[in-house]
Design a protein around this ligand. Structure first.
Ligand SMILES: Nc1ncnc2c1ncn2[C@@H]1O[C@H](COP(=O)(O)OP(=O)(O)O)[C@@H](O)[C@H]1O
Ligand SMILES: [Mg+2]
Length: 255
């Protein structure tokens, strides 16, 4: 299978903190892969490097065979990479629907004049964005909440809204940063189903960061585990689960 995302010897330092050390791994086209590791392992930093939030200190990153080292965030989005955030980034006072529509506008073009005058292409486009966004809310089970301010949704539903918003960018690679954080067991289970379903229906490649191993083990095809910024193991879930270095990393965290 062709690589969708490939990291080759990627490094990132923040002053004296070596957050990512010589990380090499790839995510195959169409794969649902997991990225796990204890707190502070460097998982979110990997997403920030791939999405152009930070520049790499060294190494190469490729998306579908093309180097993305120097790209800005908007260029990464244009290539088809979308993400969600560990710390939610919703517009709390805007409605659930508006939150998706703001992102969905990305793929529609109308002039500033048309937008402020509500003329020309704007009217038809506005309707198309609304329909499209409602469709996505249905997919994530939030259609009945469309008019509610996003900030008043229970935490688990806000995380689903973030996924809908990322999907509205029409990505082919979706990066999910701890989408189950703050959820109870039942919410995690329905989230699992949702991720598996959108992976299939939208023909996505997904890289899922998760701190809790059981979720990743249940739905991922392959798991990459890192600790202290470096790769410690990579393979099918059942191999990772019993991997001595992985167990050590997670046990060390509980001490
Ligand atoms: N902008 C930053 N400035 C300084 N240090 C950072 C920054 N971002 C992350 N780090 C450090 O990099 C390390 C990895 O962090 P992070 O990638 O958030 O870990 P994870 O997501 O695996 O919990 C941590 O030590 C963290 O403090
Ligand atoms: Mg993180």
């Amino acid at each position: 299978m062709d690589a969708c995302l490939e990291l080759k010897g990627v490094n990132k330092s923040f002053g004296g903190i070596h957050a990512v050390r010589d990380m090499s791994f790839s995510v195959a086209e169409g794969e649902l892969a997991g990225l796990i590791g204890p707190n502070g392992a460097g998982k979110t930093t990997i997403f920030n490097l791939v999405t152009g939030v930070y520049d790499v200190t060294g190494g190469e990153m490729e998306y579908k065979g093309a180097n993305i080292n120097r790209l800005k965030t908007y260029q990464v989005v244009a290539l088809g990479i979308a993400r969600t955030f560990q710390n939610l980034r919703l517009f709390a006072a805007s409605s659930v629907l508006e939150n998706v529509m703001t992102a969905a506008q990305y793929h529609h073009r109308y002039s500033f004049f048309e937008a402020v005058s509500h003329l020309g292409r704007w009217r038809g486009t506005e309707r198309a964005i609304r329909d499209e966004s409602m469709g996505l809310l249905e997919r994530v089970g939030l259609a009945d909440r469309a008019g509610q301010p996003a900030g008043t949704l229970p935490y688990g539903l806000q995380r689903r809204l973030e996924i809908a918003r990322a999907l509205s960018l029409k990505p082919s690679l979706l990066l999910l940063d701890e989408p189950a954080a703050g959820m109870n067991a039942e919410e995690v289970s329905t989230l699992n189903d949702l991720i598996v379903k959108i992976h299939e229906d939208f023909k996505l490649t997904i890289l899922l960061i998760e701190h809790h191993m059981d979720m990743v083990m249940r739905i991922c095809h392959r798991v990459v585990c890192m600790n202290f910024g470096a790769l410690i193991a990579e393979g099918p879930p059942r191999d990772i689960q019993g991997h001595p270095e992985v167990l050590k990393a997670y046990l060390g965290e509980e001490e």
